[in-house]
Design a protein around this ligand. Structure first.
Ligand code: ZN
Length: 228
């Protein structure tokens, strides 16, 4: 009886220690990929964009549909935005031995909220800053225009791929979440590809105008297809 209790306590302690180790490892892992400041910026941008998309799609006169619209927007923006930053910019930047960090643009958030009442979402809440890492001697490798363009292009391309995935899902099994996610990913791709600094599109435009025009045309075609 006593033995069983002791074994039980030991097992409990073991589970707690494992949970601790997991929490520490994931915490460290998260901080290697994102800085704490950046995580905060991404959470704020995701929340504000989700509210803006929910207002734009449900409209204020239909308040009853707002909670569902917000939930679907939150899931869609969460997936689209984090994949854009992480898969699109960060992993590509790391591959070239640079770093990429999302920087919030507060005015962009205010514009997104203000325009959402007109049924339109200005979906560019910030931009990615790309930099070189200093080597052992403190020298920073200059970034070529091509690599700058490629790292910038990564984000919108991830949104295009996600939009195609959700359009296909919606085709085979129609569901509001899939169509919302498709629409939001197209919007994220479109606004980030606008050729104005500091948006991704401006760096792609500066690198290769043909690639810029091709990708922009694909986004416009998707934009017409999902029926904005
Ligand atoms: Zn981007």
């Amino acid at each position: 009886m006593v033995n069983r209790k002791i074994v039980g306590v030991f097992q409990f302690v073991k589970v707690i220690m494992r949970a601790f180790r997991f929490a520490i490892l994931t915490g460290v892992f998260m901080r290697i990929i994102f800085t704490l400041h950046e995580i905060k910026s991404i959470v704020i941008a995701t929340a504000v964009l989700s509210v803006a998309f929910a207002i734009a799609s449900s409209g204020l006169e239909k308040l009853s549909t707002f909670p569902t619209a917000f939930l679907f927007s939150l899931i869609s923006v969460g997936i689209g935005f984090i994949a854009h930053e992480l898969l699109g910019h960060k992993l590509l930047a790391q591959k070239f031995d640079y770093y990429a960090e999302f920087v919030l643009w507060p005015a962009g958030l205010v514009i997104a909220l203000a325009f959402s009442f007109l049924g339109f979402v200005f979906a560019a809440p910030g931009a990615v800053m790309i930099g070189g890492r200093p080597d052992l001697w403190g020298e920073v490798k200059p970034i070529t225009r091509k690599k700058y363009g490629l790292i910038s292009l990564g984000g919108p391309v991830v949104n295009i791929v996600l939009a195609l995935l959700f359009i296909t899902l919606n085709f085979f099994s129609p569901f509001v979440l899939w169509s919302t996610a498709a629409m939001i990913n197209v919007w994220l791709a479109l606004f980030n590809m606008l050729p104005f600094p500091p948006l991704d599109g401006s760096k792609v435009f500066a690198w290769d105008k043909k690639i810029f025009v091709t990708v922009f045309a694909v986004i416009i075609a998707l934009f017409v297809f999902v029926g904005f």
